[in-house]
Design a protein around this ligand. Structure first.
Ligand code: SF4
Length: 378
């Protein structure tokens, strides 16, 4: 594997002006969507069972053998324009063996190749397993939707199937905060994501303050994805979501980078409240809106089967396997021929928009044909 010859953009710092996960970056560079990002599901084990878990139905208590790491590394090696990788679960660090034998080698590969890396973790386990990632990792992505340990207990174990003691949840909550502070001090970039849903929409300013106190460098905000465990939860009306975002923008610390993603507001919705909000988001300092990478510049690879999906939520069946196809070819097939992609694969460059996330479109815009629309507010 010749990794020393790859082009690198590692010298560019990840800031509000440069977000290599945003598909608009590669779309502008190549003039078409290109596979620049690969997400890998490294485990289906997790020490929590959150109420809203978008991969909840895939979680297990015991899991099978993974396919050899060399197969995955080879297939990453064949992705011509790889810029970012993401490692996800379950809780990726649940087993120490996964950290040592899968995660660290993947991060080492990425670093050597000049590819940016992210891991999605709940950060509730012992510090040592996260500390091992420090020399290689670009972004530690955590979920934070709580105003106290009580919220954490209620939300984080809602789907456990058995009662989890308050004391146990409390210890994990404070461990997560302590880990976040320690890792930040040690130089790790921690991005805490909060979802906007029926529980959090009126508490976002408090959640934001805690994220600040945890030492995080970025606060990400996304609507809840109505997938898996979250499928039956109440859908927040768009009006409440707009109000929640305005209240957060009013109360936020303007020095902390805020990244909004998979928003259900589009520049083709016409003048009105959406346009007002989009303008505000564009004008606020240190605020960015990321286009959704899933299926635009990214695919998800399941490391147990080699199956390739458009998202780790797996609501859409796999459309290829790394054992018998190159990832670039699987992606091209999705891009050009998959009927689901044809529904949302729009692009209005002046608005910096490349269409809605599939789940968000399904939640809020069931009968809208985005391909026939154009941005009218900028
Ligand atoms: S890219 Fe699609 S969703 Fe975005 S403004 Fe244009 S038509 Fe609307």
């Amino acid at each position: 594997m010749k990794i020393e010859n790859y082009k690198t953009d590692r010298e560019i710092e990840i800031t509000p002006s440069y977000d290599p996960w945003d598909p608009i970056v590669s779309l502008r560079e190549f003039g078409r969507h290109v596979l620049t990002s690969v997400e890998m599901t490294v485990t289906n084990l997790c020490n929590m069972r959150c109420e809203h878990c978008a991969v909840g139905d895939s979680l297990m208590l015991k899991e099978p053998e993974q396919i050899p790491l060399s197969v995955i590394l080879n297939s990453l090696d064949q992705v011509e324009n790889l810029r970012t990788i993401s490692i996800t679960g379950g809780e990726p660090t649940f087993r120490k063996q996964t950290v040592d034998e899968v995660i660290v080698p993947l991060l080492q590969y990425a670093k050597a190749r000049g590819v940016r890396s992210q891991i999605n973790s709940n950060l509730t386990l012992d510090y040592e397993r996260y500390e091992k990632l420090l020399p290689y990792l670009d972004v530690m992505h955590i979920s934070f939707n709580y105003t106290s340990e009580r919220d954490f207990h209620e939300v984080g174990f809602a789907r456990s199937g058995h009662p989890v003691q308050e004391e146990v949840a409390k210890r994990m909550y404070f461990k997560m905060i302590e880990n976040s502070q320690k890792l930040s001090e040690a130089g790790m970039f921690i991005s805490a994501e909060s979802m906007i849903n029926y529980r959090t929409h009126d508490k976002l300013p408090q959640i934001h303050r805690l994220i600040r106190e945890m030492g995080c460098q970025r606060h990400e905000v996304h609507p809840m994805y109505a997938a898996d465990f979250a499928e039956g939860l109440p859908v927040l009306p768009l009006e409440d979501m707009r109000t929640a975002i305005h209240s957060l923008l009013d109360a936020r610390d303007p020095d902390l980078w805020m990244l909004f993603g998979t928003l259900p507001f589009f520049a083709c919705n016409g003048e009105g409240e959406d346009a007002k909000l989009l303008r505000r988001l564009r004008q606020e300092p240190n605020v960015t809106v990321r286009n959704d990478p899933d299926g635009r510049n990214r695919v998800n690879v399941n490391m147990f089967t080699g199956d390739v999906y458009v998202t780790d939520f797996a609501a859409i069946p796999a459309f290829g396997n790394v054992r018998d196809m190159r990832l670039d070819d699987i992606f091209a097939e999705w891009l050009n021929n998959h009927p689901m992609n044809q529904k949302v694969n729009c692009h209005c460059d002046a608005a910096g928009c490349c269409g809605p996330n599939l789940l968000v479109a399904d939640m809020y815009y069931k009968d809208i044909d985005f391909k026939s629309r154009k941005a009218i507010t900028l």
